[in-house]
Design a protein around this ligand. Structure first.
Ligand code: SAM
Length: 283
């Protein structure tokens, strides 16, 4: 008989490593929901970040052509190698998901990848920036994240949670919060709840590629001083060489009130400023 998720964790037997964000999924209905959201097809190539004891891995593997699993912990890699040997299409790498070249993998395999992960909370923010950078590799991303990070990603403009991460993600992806997951669905029980998000890459990002550098600089500068007005935040944090007058002119040309706070601007408004900054750099 097929083992339960709890039994797999028990079989593994080692103490979970907090430093690697090891909290293992033990609730089958959450596993089923994630698989349903991934809309797996027999022709798919899936990349899973952090397979752990294989809670999602085994069931995905039955449904797809190829599954590349990136696990940083050698103890878990040995466990999976042993318990999943003879699984055709399974490619398990002992690797850091932050350093993996997803775009190259997609190019070599001549397919866009589906990414599925119960992300370790310790790397969630840098991982999201890595996935944004390598977004061309993916057709769909299903990520389980800490609830607080999920709320930041999907936050409405003007709210406390709305920030850099929300603006960056919105430019490149359609985002949907699909399910809240109570902390009791994991072993060991973490401090906070989680949520599952679906990221669908936009066919046409809101931002032309040529304006990406300007956009990143602007958003970083604006949110580095969230308590200030947009004008003051940009004046102190934007790259050197822009005069106050140049900045004022730019905001006026973009029809943006300099007294607004950084968190009240939509992604589209940041894009508008980035395009202006690129085409007519103020002096
Ligand atoms: N997928 C499993 C599940 O749902 O039960 C485990 C999820 S657990 C939250 C996160 C997993 O990511 C752990 O197995 C951990 O060892 C692994 N991990 C942590 N940092 C990693 C990294 N930088 N690259 C790859 N895997 C990582």
């Amino acid at each position: 008989m097929e083992k339960t998720l709890k039994e797999r964790v028990r079989d593994y037997g080692n103490r979970p490593k907090r430093s690697l964000g090891q909290v293992f999924l033990i609730e089958p209905s959450v596993q089923a929901k994630i698989l349903e959201m991934a809309e797996l097809d027999s022709g798919d190539t899936v990349v899973e970040i952090g397979p752990g004891t294989g809670a999602l891995t085994r069931d995905m593997l039955r449904r797809v052509k190829r599954l590349i699993a990136l696990e940083i912990d050698p103890d878990l890699v040995s466990f999976l190698r042993e318990s999943m040997r003879n699984s055709p299409g399974f490619h398990l790498l002992c690797a850091d998901a932050l350093r993996f070249d997803y775009e190259r993998a997609a190019a070599v395999l001549r397919t866009r990848l589906k990414l599925v992960a119960n992300l370790p909370y310790v790397i969630s923010a840098p991982m999201i920036f890595t996935l944004i950078d390598q977004r061309r590799a993916f057709s769909l991303l299903i990520l389980m994240l800490q609830k607080e990070v999920a709320q930041r990603l999907t936050a409405a403009v003007g709210t406390k949670q709305y920030g850099k991460l929300s603006v960056f993600c919105r430019v490149y992806f359609h985002l949907h919060l699909e399910r809240q997951v109570p902390k009791t669905c994991f072993h060991p029980v973490p401090k906070v709840d989680s949520a599952v998000l679906r990221f669908i890459p936009r066919e046409r990002p809101l931002l032309p590629e040529q304006a990406e550098a300007a956009f990143r600089e602007l958003v970083r500068a604006a949110f580095s001083k969230r308590r200030k007005t947009l004008f003051n935040a940009l004046r102190t944090s934007l790259r050197a060489g822009i005069s106050e007058e140049g900045l004022r002119n730019m905001l006026e040309a973009c029809d943006i009130d300099p007294r607004r706070r950084p968190e009240t601007l939509s992604a589209e408004e940041y894009v508008r400023m980035a395009l202006h900054l690129r085409e007519r750099p103020p002096v």
